[in-house]
Ligand binder design. Structure first.
Ligand SMILES: Cc1cc2nc3c(=O)[nH]c(=O)nc-3n(C[C@H](O)[C@H](O)[C@H](O)COP(=O)(O)OP(=O)(O)OC[C@H]3O[C@@H](n4cnc5c(N)ncnc54)[C@H](O)[C@@H]3O)c2cc1C
Length: 355
């Protein structure tokens, strides 16, 4: 019988696992995918790692991320915004502005990518604490423990932390079942960026800089709605990345020609040199079942406000929600993932009980 089973090996689950293992708890982390990181994912080239999920942090106002970056000995650098901005309106007319809007507060990136945080935490966990390719399908509440059902068998623990979006938690089979209002409340919580997709486009050189452009662009017709420089410091290549403006259904319908549509849009915005990239990588999070559900197929217009959620009496004594969307502080963001993990670890060590 384990003290704690953590379901989900994203930033929240890993931060919780690392902290609880350090405190001497008998924990095991179960992850559905064949890799750790969840929404944190990188595309690797000889030049380094490009973020296909989160790329930006704001350590000035995110104390847990600031501490983790320092603990991991990582270096941060500002998002490159020097130069002009390109704007494409709904009629396809393109305007070039001498200056961009500038992100406020400025976004910072991590040398080695956000994945460097995942590597750091995973490196502090003994290998036998982590089981990849182990999707959890259900939870059975017993009088003094929880049986965690996976596709390959069952495990038992005194407590369970669901370090995943609430909508994915609602997809588990709870025995006894959750009350309908709890199930509905879990499904109502949108998963931040779950309906999004990113395109990464790698070039031999940053030709847009020679034209006085920063690589930033906004478009009202897409396929990409917002584009930024994604180049790695000191790399012998350059890159742009963009968030799609086209919704998941349109992306799915045009999947076969999506990369071509991205390339020709970049050609319109940045000129003919943009038509000859070395590589185009598209990561669509909306069609990834370990991030996105049917309810996430509609793009969010603004960042939702998140709050801590408890399961009802009975379940709530033994099973906790611990993903970023369960944090009141920076919920939905990387900092929220660390906040959710820290809140739970704090509550457990205050209680000092796993019985
Ligand atoms: C394109 C994109 C851009 C983003 N940009 C930023 C940004 O710039 N800055 C920022 O702060 N945040 C950003 N975010 C949000 C950030 O990625 C999340 O806040 C953070 O990664 C959430 O971590 P988490 O551990 O809570 O959840 P997740 O990373 O979603 O981890 C949940 C884990 O649970 C696993 N899992 C799910 N179901 C099961 C199951 N049944 N059994 C076992 N395992 C399961 C999943 O495989 C996953 O590994 C972005 C997200 C995306 C997709």
């Amino acid at each position: 019988m384990h003290d704690l089973i953590i379901v989900g090996g994203g930033l929240a689950g890993l931060a919780l696992a690392e902290r609880m293992a350090r405190d001497g708890a008998d924990i095991v982390l179960l992850e559905a995918r064949d890799r750790l990181g969840g929404r944190v994912l990188a595309h690797q080239t000889a030049a380094g790692r490009y973020d296909l999920g989160p790329a930006w942090i704001w350590p000035g106002m995110q104390p847990r991320l600031r501490a983790l970056v320092a603990q991991a000995g990582l270096t941060v650098y500002p998002q490159d915004e020097a130069g002009g901005l390109v704007f494409e309106d709904a009629s396809g007319t393109i305007q070039r502005f001498a200056r961009g809007f500038g992100q406020e507060p400025p976004s910072l990136r991590i040398v080695g990518g956000i994945s460097a945080l995942i590597d750091h935490l995973a490196g502090r966990l003994a290998a036998d604490r982590v089981r990849l390719e182990t999707p959890v399908t259900g939870l059975q509440l017993q009088h003094d423990h929880v049986r965690v059902i996976t596709e390959s068998g069952a495990l038992a623990a005194r407590r369970v932390a669901l370090a995943m979006p609430p909508r994915l938690a609602a997809a588990l089979v709870f025995a006894p079942p959750l009350p309908p209002e709890t199930d509905a409340a879990l499904r109502q919580v949108p998963t931040w960026m779950a309906g999004q997709a990113k395109a990464l486009v790698i070039y031999r050189a940053g030709f847009w800089r020679e034209a006085g452009l920063s690589g930033a662009a906004m478009s009202q017709i897409g396929p990409l709605g917002e584009i930024h420089d994604a180049s790695l410091p000191g790399a012998g290549e350059a890159a742009l990345f963009g968030f799609f403006a086209w919704p998941p259904a349109l992306r799915a319908a045009r999947q076969a020609t999506l990369a071509d549509a991205v390339r020709s849009q970049l050609g319109r915005l940045f000129g003919p040199a943009a038509l000859a990239p070395d590589a185009i990588v598209i990561r669509d999070w909306a069609d990834d079942r370990w991030t996105s559900t049917a309810l996430d197929q509609v793009a969010l217009r603004e960042h939702p406000s998140y709050q801590a959620m408890d399961l009802p009496p009975g379940w709530g004594d033994r099973v906790w929600l611990a993903g970023s969307e369960s944090a009141a502080d920076f919920g939905g963001y990387l900092e929220g993932a660390l906040a959710a993990a820290a809140n739970l670890a704090g509550a457990v060590s205050i209680n000092r009980e796993f019985s």
